[in-house]
Design a protein around this ligand. Structure first.
Ligand SMILES: *Cc1c(COP(=O)(O)O)cnc(C)c1O
Length: 501
């Protein structure tokens, strides 16, 4: 299996190169040249497999420059019962709501209580093996700019992984109290956390500048190091996400929700378009899917795109109670456009150039039609997000977070609008305890307790649901990091953290 850049079909790399490099020099994203297909017989044979074995079967199709032992090593180290509460890291919970049956795929049982763990627990293993194959002996320095969830998940994933060092920058006033506490208490000998005086964009711009300045790469190279990336454009983050959709379909068949070969709908609360794209890729591999339901919050750029074929980021940016979906440029959409244009790198390059210069582009009628056929786009505002949390809990005692609630609400609209009763899997992307304040506000009119952990325990007493151990354990932990730097001093901070002066 080889990979192309979405913006240059002449760029051809192995999976190890794609993962080590993260992004192509031409600015395009790496995509597999074709999608391996599972037949129904293949899927049938996966029904009895564990999640881990299903993961190995999927990985084997794409990581053809890895040995089976290497793949097994990565999977077995990542998806352990200790890290994900159970041998199955991605269980399905079934709930009846408004006469619809929801099959909620809970992707937040990992060490940081967000679905990003599903990829970031395995990426460090994939990356260190990829580096051995392409740049042996080099230490990878992972730079991350985060608005909250990715930073903690990457820290936890890379903690004490040999030949890696991870440095995370977050906006001093731009993350939740729990997210800040999660990052500043991070254990591990190879981790470094620093707030910057600025917003998320400043952090992201600073990291990009450090990445792209050849002088910095030169300094690192003199010390046997290189920069690498853990953000969601890396193929090594997308691939592990395909697995849980393949696995969810197998579980739906096993639970008798669908017959083998029957289609399901998949509902995903969407921001950067990575999670829903992984579902689409699972379908390309042979998983029977009727509709992909793309749920957005008030930042509804994708809803408009799916409905009109026009992508327009020139609009107000809303800070919402589902912050991980507050995004106006969904980077992974580029990969869908590449696929739907018949792997046409020129078309993608042109659209991405328009997005950069004008902030807007329109796809061809052909692509519009293909999108409409399999995608449904909808969005929900903050009031509906809160009402849905409350209604779902009051009627079914199922407590969901603010992101999952957006998906539930949009799915409800979809069924009302279309009458489509195809069995649906809804991706649940975070534990409600990561967003205790907003969830509490949705549940009750009482005054909020002052401290973050008092909110956690208030939510616990209201809902009688389990507080995830990784959150409970943070209580009383002393912060290891209290670094704050100016946004113009990030480079010096990085060099100091690496012990290079
Ligand atoms: C990152 C994130 C999302 C958005 O996922 P994308 O892959 O970026 O579309 C949704 N919910 C939560 C909780 C997240 O952390």
């Amino acid at each position: 299996m080889l990979y192309n850049s979405t913006q240059n079909n002449n760029k051809v790399v192995s999976s190890a190169q794609a993962i080590a490099q993260g992004i192509s020099e031409d600015g395009g994203l790496f995509v597999p040249q074709s999608f391996p297909k599972f037949s129904l017989t293949d899927i049938e044979s996966m029904l009895q497999m564990s999640y881990q074995d299903r993961a190995k079967a999927v990985f084997k199709c794409y990581l053809t420059d890895f040995t089976e032992e290497e793949i097994a090593d990565c999977v077995d180290k990542a998806y352990t019962k200790e890290k994900f509460e159970d041998v199955n890291p991605a269980p399905i919970t079934c709930v009846d709501y408004n006469g619809n049956e929801f099959n909620i795929l809970e992707l937040w049982h990992g060490p940081t209580c967000a679905f990003k763990d599903m990829a970031l627990q395995i990426l460090p293993h994939l990356l260190t093996k990829s580096l051995k194959k392409t740049a042996d002996g080099i230490k990878a320095v992972i730079l991350v700019a985060t608005s909250g969830d990715t930073g903690k998940a990457a820290l936890e994933g890379f903690k004490d992984v040999e030949d890696t060092q991870i440095i995370v920058f977050y906006p001093e006033n731009g993350v939740s109290a729990m997210q800040k506490h999660q990052m500043n208490t991070q254990a591990g000998e190879n981790v470094y956390v620093c707030a910057i005086k600025g917003n998320f964009d400043d952090a992201q711009t600073g990291v990009k500048q450090i990445f792209t300045d050849p002088a910095n790469s030169e300094i690192l190279s003199q010390h046997g190091m290189m920069f690498s990336s853990a953000n969601s454009i890396n193929w090594g983050r997308l691939l592990p996400q395909i697995v849980y959709y393949v696995s969810a379909y197998c579980d739906m068949v096993k639970m008798g929700k669908v017959n083998l070969g029957e289609k399901i709908n998949i509902v995903v609360p969407t921001g950067n378009f990575g999670n829903i794209l992984a579902a689409y890729y699972a379908c390309e591999m042979g998983i029977p899917v009727n509709k992909f339901i793309c749920a957005s919050n008030s930042n509804n750029v994708l809803t408009d795109f799916i409905n009109t074929g026009v992508y327009d980021k020139n609009r107000d940016f809303y800070t919402t109670i589902s912050p991980s979906m507050d995004i106006l440029v969904s980077s992974n959409l580029e990969r869908l456009l590449y696929k739907l244009s018949g792997n046409n790198d020129e078309v993608v390059k042109d659209l991405m150039a328009k997005l950069k210069t004008d902030g807007v582009y329109e796809v061809s009628d052909d692509i519009k039609e293909k999108i409409k056929k399999v995608f449904y786009g909808g969005f929900c505002d903050e009031d509906s997000t809160k009402t849905t949390i409350k209604n779902l809990f009051d009627s079914k005692k199922y407590l969901c977070d603010t992101h999952t609630s957006v998906a539930v609400s949009v799915y409800d609209d979809y069924v009302k609008e279309t009458g489509d009763k195809t069995p649906a899997v809804i991706a649940s992307t975070a534990s409600p305890y990561k967003f205790s304040k907003s969830v509490l506000e949705a549940m009750s009119d009482d005054a909020l307790p002052e401290s973050e952990f008092d909110m956690v325990y208030k939510l616990y007493s209201l809902s009688n649901t389990k507080v995830p151990a990784p959150i409970a354990e943070l209580k009383g932990l002393k912060a290891r990091f209290d670094n704050v730097t100016d946004k113009n001093e990030m480079k010096q901070t990085v060099l100091k953290a690496l012990g290079i002066n």
